[in-house]
Design a protein around this ligand. Structure first.
Ligand SMILES: Cc1cc2nc3c(=O)[nH]c(=O)nc-3n(C[C@H](O)[C@H](O)[C@H](O)COP(=O)(O)OP(=O)(O)OC[C@H]3O[C@@H](n4cnc5c(N)ncnc54)[C@H](O)[C@@H]3O)c2cc1C
Length: 375
């Protein structure tokens, strides 16, 4: 194993940056991690919820998976209904290996579990510290950091990792393009806490054509509704009296990815390298996967292989989420009728439902060779 003396800077302490830091730390490295924000994302305003089996496998050596499993909610069934008729009812627990396909835990909780584990290695993110530029010879990049008191620090690093989200300053500074497209329509979400017990064990997409209303568990007593319809809140059939509307937000969907995830010794991971629709709950999971591969390759002294190894997984997930998003947001009445007739028939074929399950679980990308028995 390579020694841990190399100077490594991680820009961004979201799920991706924290995972790279942790995976490096447990292999004896001491990376520095900075974030322009004041702390991890709020516990109630969570974008990512879905944690798949691949992520649990990847986070098992650090034991973060055990902590996630203690706090999360298993999504045991995935249902699709159209005009009140059930098209699909997938049992997500029927997978080989120790995990079900997918679980729900608010992003803020996941980030706090990663932060807690990282503190065991005495690594704490430097909050309110932003990467302003990365320049010079990218085999040993020079980074300008803006500190909380407004002062500037300039330092050289052996390796710089841009895990600084979709607007990545690192990506822009090294001149890597972020081509792709943005969907015109907005999506809407609202999280509700219920006053009486609800069934949090399943996720459901209701096709209300044209448009969808998705229902995803957040915790035992909170459900998220996500929709293409601005007036969706009035259409929700709440399973119990609402105690509180916890959070609501609108967002646009973008499909973009870089052509290369590395330039010299500058590496991009997570949303800094790829963004897509939340359909399939792959975004944060894919970022965590990037992070684990990058940390392993750095420790093996094989970081030059990172971009080539990761791009196929990125392209595959982009393609899948694009197809899934097109299927659930289609507007043409003929296409909608065909989809609603075909979906239940196709998913009755075991090979198709297994393929869907592999994708939901994240097992459709390359298996991590450093974890014994990983699927
Ligand atoms: C509605 C919605 C639902 C979603 N649901 C899911 C889901 O169920 N499952 C899933 O896997 N994914 C989901 N996603 C996607 C997921 O939220 C993202 O993919 C994930 O947050 C990416 O993590 P990241 O760490 O790469 O980037 P971010 O979470 O964006 O973190 C980047 C960090 O970098 C910091 N930063 C920014 N600029 C700088 C700078 N110049 N210097 C230093 N620090 C900087 C930021 O403060 C931030 O902390 C969803 C997204 C949306 C919009």
């Amino acid at each position: 194993m390579a020694s841990g003396h190399r100077s490594i800077l991680i820009a961004g302490a979201g799920a991706t940056g924290l995972t790279v830091a942790l995976e490096l730390a447990r292999r004896g490295h001491l990376p520095r991690i900075v974030d322009s924000d004041t702390g991890p994302v709020s516990l109630t305003e969570s974008r990512a919820l879905g944690i798949n089996a691949r992520t649990l496998t990847l986070l098992s050596p650090s034991r973060v998976s055990d902590a996630i499993l203690q706090e999360c909610q298993q999504i045991a069934r995935f249902r699709i209904t159209a005009k009140g008729r059930q098209l699909v009812d997938l049992d997500t627990t029927k997978l080989p290996g120790p995990y079900g396909a997918i679980y729900a835990l608010a992003q803020g909780h996941t980030e706090r579990l990663l932060l807690g584990k990282l503190s065991d290695y005495e690594i704490v993110p430097e909050w309110q510290t932003a990467v302003e530029t990365v320049s010079g010879d990218l085999s040993r990049p020079t980074v300008v950091l803006r500190k909380p008191d407004g002062s500037v620090e300039t330092a050289d690093f052996d390796i710089v990792i841009g895990a600084d989200g979709s607007r990545s300053a690192v990506r822009k500074a090294v001149g890597i393009e972020f081509p792709g497209q943005s969907l015109e329509s907005s999506f809407h979400l609202a999280d509700f806490r219920y006053a009486l017990p609800i069934d949090p064990g399943f996720a459901e997409i209701s096709l209300v054509d044209p448009g969808i209303i998705g229902r995803i568990p957040v915790t035992r007593d909170v459900l998220r509704y996500i929709s293409t319809l601005a007036d969706f809140e009035g259409r929700i059939q709440h399973p119990a009296p609402v105690a509180e509307r916890v959070w609501a937000s609108d967002f646009r969907i973008h499909f973009r990815h870089v052509d290369t995830m590395a330039k010299g010794n500058v590496f991009l991971a997570g949303d800094a390298a790829h963004i897509h629709s939340p359909a399939g709950a792959r975004g944060m999971n894919l970022g965590i996967e990037d992070a684990c591969w990058l940390a392993w390759l750095i420790s093996e002294g094989r970081q030059k292989e990172y971009a080539e190894l990761r791009m196929p997984a990125v392209k595959r997930v982009m393609k899948q989420t694009y197809r899934l998003t097109s299927l659930i947001t289609m507007r043409n009445p003929v296409a909608i009728t065909i989809r609603d007739l075909a979906a239940p028939l196709i998913l009755r074929i075991p090979a198709f439902s297994q393929k869907l399950l592999r994708s939901v679980s994240g097992y459709d990308t390359q298996s991590p060779p450093w974890i014994d028995g990983a699927l």
